[in-house]
Design a binder for this molecule. Structure first.
Ligand code: C2O
Ligand code: CU
Length: 550
């Protein structure tokens, strides 16, 4: 029955791919951007995208694609290589710095890099239309306008983002500012970036991007967790406070972060920087591209004691059968370990957790240009494509609701309310005697696979019910409200408790049945800025659109 299911998915996926590409127009590519003579950078970096190999598993090294950095000018802390990893160097910018980045493409295909989270002009945003050919260089120039935050750089080519990131092209980018420095948070060896990713390997230790069309529909789920590019990641720590800055760099996997001994998580920041005050949670849900900043205090823990971060069990966001059909052994909704911290040294002092972390200027209704008429971002699936506002990505295909006056704050309503269950009209529900979420979504594993045809139908329904991490480029937004009208309030309530909505966000996880209101500023720069699902397979399938800021 697995074979039959796989064939159904190949067929449906092919239809999906065809409909996605027919809407996308053939790009008129822009010429690569050169360095300007008037821009005087404080920081000048050469970033090369190239093939390399790194030892990941015992035995043969793994062929990867990666970012290699050279600091041409600027403070030495600007670039820190990630040891034994395919990840690009950790970048560290200071608010107010003028940055030049020269991206050189030494890959065998087009690429372009996006600085996820940074508020930069369109020419520096890594628009898919700016992709450069092998051998070309693209020069980015921008001022660092962000508040202190952990950001994420990665490729942003249309239809190849997922494979490029999967093969290793990704890195962390920290912005620092005065407000944060004044707090004296743990820094240096006590501030640890942790990039969570999942990968599968073949018998030769090479990255396997398994799953075919089925993977494209649900996203890729790997069989091994890598932290900073390493399997079985371990840290040795002092008995004092640390700052763990976690980025979910996975293509599609959602984590439910928790400590194995039940210690609550102390959250001090999210995507757009520090919260106003720390929040304690039993666990935190972290979807692709989301970041969470944790205060982790090992004070008083005995030398030799261990604390394990795990991803806890949950239901309701990803249909488990999505992974079963790919043959992945590590289900999103099961519990599994991520990394281990062992107390190696006893020390007597430790910084104290500040009660107040930052000031976030909240929008008042008067600040919002369209307070009574929210702009929609509707998540849906139709004609076997994943869509935003009923359409897949197409160059120069801006709808009226996507035209935004510059220097305004806009209210958006993001919703994902399309019914699950029967009646897809795709001929995929064959053999299904019943509909409803319980069958199509998370109930699947309990029921077993059933017949092959049935599995096919249920896969489609599962997809309808999937959660999507929605990212808007540019400045971060404020989450104003969430409401839920789905059919599993219990599973949703569990998810809800792990969502940190009090800080500034650039990516928000949208569950099936949810309506989320956000207020997002579009300041300073006109041009085209993307919004899309950060399940990278969905993004590549066309679940991406652009705003025209005018
Ligand atoms: Cu992290 Cu448009 O991407
Ligand atoms: Cu999606």
């Amino acid at each position: 029955s697995f074979e039959i299911n796989r064939r159904i998915f190949l067929w449906s996926g092919a239809a999906l791919a065809a409909s996605a590409t027919s809407l996308a127009q053939t790009p008129a590519r822009r010429a690569p951007r050169a360095a300007s003579e008037t821009f005087k950078p404080d920081v000048d970096i050469e970033l090369i995208c190239r093939r390399d190999q790194v030892p990941i598993l015992p035995g043969k090294p793994t062929q990867v694609w990666r970012y290699a950095g050279n600091l041409l000018n600027g403070p030495p802390q600007t670039l820190t290589p990630m040891p034994d990893s395919y990840l690009g160097p950790l970048m560290r910018f200071v608010k107010g710095q003028r940055v030049r980045l020269r991206l050189r493409n030494e890959l065998p295909e087009q690429t372009i890099t996006h600085w996820h989270g940074l508020h930069v002009p369109m020419e520096a945003d890594g628009h898919p239309m700016a992709a450069i050919e092998p051998g070309e260089t693209y020069v980015y120039e921008f001022d660092v306008r962000n508040r202190a935050s952990l950001n994420f750089y990665h490729p942003h080519t249309h239809e190849t983002t997922a494979t490029q990131v999967y093969h290793g092209l990704a890195g962390g980018l920290i912005v620092e500012d005065e407000e944060e420095r004044a707090l004296g948070l743990p820094s240096g060896a006590y501030e640890i970036p942790l990039v969570l990713q999942d990968r599968s390997f073949d018998d030769n230790n090479q990255l396997a991007y398994w799953g075919g069309m089925h993977r494209d529909m649900f996203g890729f789920y790997g069989e091994r967790i890598l932290v900073n590019g390493r399997p079985d990641f371990r840290l040795e720590v002092d008995s004092r406070a640390y700052r763990f800055r976690i980025l979910n760099g996975s293509n599609a996997r959602i984590y439910k972060l928790l400590w194995d001994d039940g210690t609550p998580l102390t959250v001090i920041g999210v995507d757009g920087g520090l919260l106003e005050k720390p929040e304690r949670r039993p666990y935190v849900m972290l979807a692709p591209a989301e970041r969470v900043d944790l205060w982790v205090d090992f004070s008083g823990r005995a030398v030799g004691s261990k604390l394990v971060m795990r991803s806890g069990a949950f239901e309701g966001l990803v249909p488990p059968m999505a992974q079963r059909m790919m043959g992945s052994g590590l289900f999103v909704g099961d519990e599994y370990p991520l990394f281990t911290a062992t107390v190696a040294r006893a020390v007597s002092d430790s910084p104290k957790l500040p009660e107040k972390l930052s000031t976030i200027r909240r929008y008042r209704p008067d600040d919002i240009a369209n307070r009574d008429t929210p702009r929609p971002i509707e998540l849906s699936m139709g004609h076997m494509a994943v869509m935003l506002n009923g359409r897949v990505y197409g160059h120069d295909d801006v709808m009226d609701i996507e035209r935004i006056p510059v220097d305004t704050v806009q209210l958006f309503e993001i919703y994902h309310a399309q019914g699950g269950g029967m009646g897809m009209g795709m001929g995929m529900g064959m053999g299904m005697g019943m509909g409803g979420r319980g069958m199509g979504g998370m109930g699947m594993r309990r029921m077993g696979m059933g017949g092959g045809m049935m599995g096919g139908g249920m896969g489609m329904m599962g997809m309808m019910n999937m959660a999507h991490p929605i990212h808007l480029h540019g400045q971060p937004f404020e989450i104003l409200s969430r409401s839920y009208e789905g059919d599993d309030p219990e599973a949703y309530a569990t998810i809800r408790e792990g969502l940190i909505d009090s800080g500034l966000k650039d990516t928000v996880l949208v569950a099936h049945g949810e309506t989320i209101r956000i207020a997002k500023p579009f300041s300073d720069f006109k041009g085209r800025f993307m919004y899309h699902c950060h399940n990278l397979e969905h993004e590549d399938m066309g679940m991406m659109r652009e705003f025209s800021v005018e």
